[in-house]
Design a protein around this ligand. Sequence first.
Ligand SMILES: [Zn+2]
Ligand SMILES: [Zn+2]
Length: 377
Amino acid sequence: MQITAALLSGTSQPFESTKLELDEPKNGEVLVRLVATGVCASDAHTQSGRIPSPLPCVLGHEGAGVVEAVGAGVTHVVVGDHVALSWMPNCGQCRHCQSGRPVLCTAAAPAMFAGTLLDGTVRLHHDDQPVNHYSFLSTFASHTVVPAASAIPIDRNVPLGVASLVGCAVLTGYGAVVNRAKVRPGSSVAVFGAGGVGLSAIMAARISGAEKIIVVDPIEAKRAEALTFGATHALAPSDDLVADLRNLTDGFGVDYAIDAAGSPGILEQAFAGTVAGGTIVCVGIPGPDSRPSLPGPELVRDEKIVTGSLYGSSRPALDIPMILKQYMSGNLPLDRMITKTYDLDEINAAFEDMRAGKLNRGVIIFDHELAGVSPLD
Ligand SMILES: [Zn+2]
Ligand SMILES: [Zn+2]
């Protein structure tokens, strides 16, 4: 079928809204009509080359929509179901899937980096030339074919504009706090970076009962915004940051630090500003040459835990519906993350706004009625 998509032809090129050919879903795949898709920093990092992915490509990896067709062997969704998309499908059979850590699935990662679906081939074509997928989803398009495990059925009452955010930023930040750090009531949490992932971590820390939630971000407007999402204190990065964190925590340092940015130097500061026995969760993916440096003796003597968290250390098929239930019950104000909405042909403006730090989340809308969101400005 013919679809409309934003094509990225080369590194640092603008997106071009164009017609592409999309094949039918094969065995174990689902055709989804997109209703909304969020614009994520990872897309911008791929556009700029910081996170390489095969080009030409249709980017976009957080979205929600309606099932239009299913391939052979797909039984968990039917035509008409509303789905949120997960960029980490899983085979259910490898060692990591079996051990309850599906985001580490060994079947998915190689195909993701190759820009294909799970069988190693693509469904997208432009003028008879193959076009690569991005994180299995390629949501900057009117339609997409995804692995069945990427299509997570959700409650039809959830606005799909809100559901579109859950598959990347929200699950990543929320899961880092709830699944990985396991934040306890009454504790203190520092969140580095107040983008979509950081705000999600802040919301999750709040509903986990953290007493102090300290946001660290260089942009004043983002700090102010984070305070409205549940942060109790806001700090700008500085040479005094570690002292500031200790001053806010009776001299000890925070119980948990979440690095939602991945920028150079943050991990070192987060480590120093965390209490002995505390946990530092690295979420933002640093540049490929990053080699953080930690004080070895303190790592041992202070029993600090430094851990990564990929995709919220989640089980997407369970966690995505659970997070959306908390939105519907009013615990997680996910709709407040949507600063601005765009049409697909405004995608370059959306990326400019994101790079300028103007957005909590920008969302591209294909179907306003089903998206059901009203942006804040
Ligand atoms: Zn993302
Ligand atoms: Zn697996």
